[in-house]
Unconditional design. Structure first.
Length: 257
């Protein structure tokens, strides 16, 4: 399989889903439902976008497996698995806030080989093929050169409301006085890409799903970044950044101070 040719195909598939999403945003027309709880949203555009991507993949690669946020597992058992979030940042999308993205990655035997994150409202396309670097709208990108936390701009995220305490609040409070600022975009996939492009120096978030970070993680690594995953207080934690900030962020988050 030629990954460079495959990336061209992926761009075509993603553009189809993006056209649907932009039309919905322009017409301000979508159907909104809830999933696990009252602020865990899904729209008909999520589902239609997902179907476009699934149909494109299975038409071209009928023997591949697909794992999506909304529909779970599709296709046959395969060493090739597509990991897809049709709209990462659905709450933003519902409100017309332009920080939402389509995230798609291909794994081979559990290793991500190709990833793309595309924000239709912002026309921002991030992509990477393993060992070939990371790109934003066709231009090579690298993580930032920031060396100390105090000068760094970080990003993080919080889950949609649930009945459990939001674990990240105490870690946010721990970090806010140690850095120059912390932002929340509402799209984990874009957070990772914004680290890759050096807009942010580092990122952390708890309890992400594979479709949230699979494509973005490869983009960060191909941009020269470092990524850690670990368990803290019974929750999964993802940390990434340029190598210096990722190390400092990890030690600062899990220290006892």
């Amino acid at each position: 399989m030629n990954l460079n040719n495959l990336m061209i195909e992926v761009e075509e598939w993603v553009e189809q889903a993006a056209a649907l999403q932009l039309d919905a945003l322009n017409r301000k027309h979508m159907q909104v439902q809830t999933k696990a709880h009252d602020t865990d949203f899904v729209t008909d555009i999520d589902l239609k976008s997902e179907k476009i991507l699934i149909d494109c993949i299975l038409k071209r690669y009928p023997d591949h497996s697909i794992w999506t946020e909304e529909g779970g597992k599709h296709g046959k058992q395969s060493e090739f698995v597509w990991v897809i979030d049709p709209i990462d940042g659905t709450t933003n999308f519902i409100h017309g806030f332009p920080l939402s993205s389509i995230s798609i990655a291909l794994q081979h035997n559990g290793i991500t080989q190709l990833g793309m994150v595309y924000s239709p409202p912002l026309s921002m396309k991030f992509q990477a093929i393993r060992d070939q670097g990371a790109y934003y709208n066709g231009q090579r990108i690298q993580v930032s050169q920031t060396k100390d936390l105090k000068s760094s701009l970080l990003t993080t995220g919080f889950p949609s409301y649930s009945h459990e305490p939001i674990i990240n609040l105490k870690y946010f409070n721990k970090m806010i006085g140690r850095v120059s600022g912390i932002r929340r975009t509402g799209s984990a996939a874009l957070d990772l890409c914004f680290v890759a492009a050096s807009y942010f120096d580092g990122y952390w978030e708890f309890d992400l799903n594979a479709w949230d970070w699979c494509a973005g993680a490869l983009i960060v690594e191909e941009a020269g970044g470092t990524l850690f995953t670990m368990e803290v207080d019974g929750h999964s934690l993802l940390i990434c950044g340029n190598p210096e900030i990722a190390e400092l962020l990890q030690s600062s988050l899990i220290d006892k101070g």
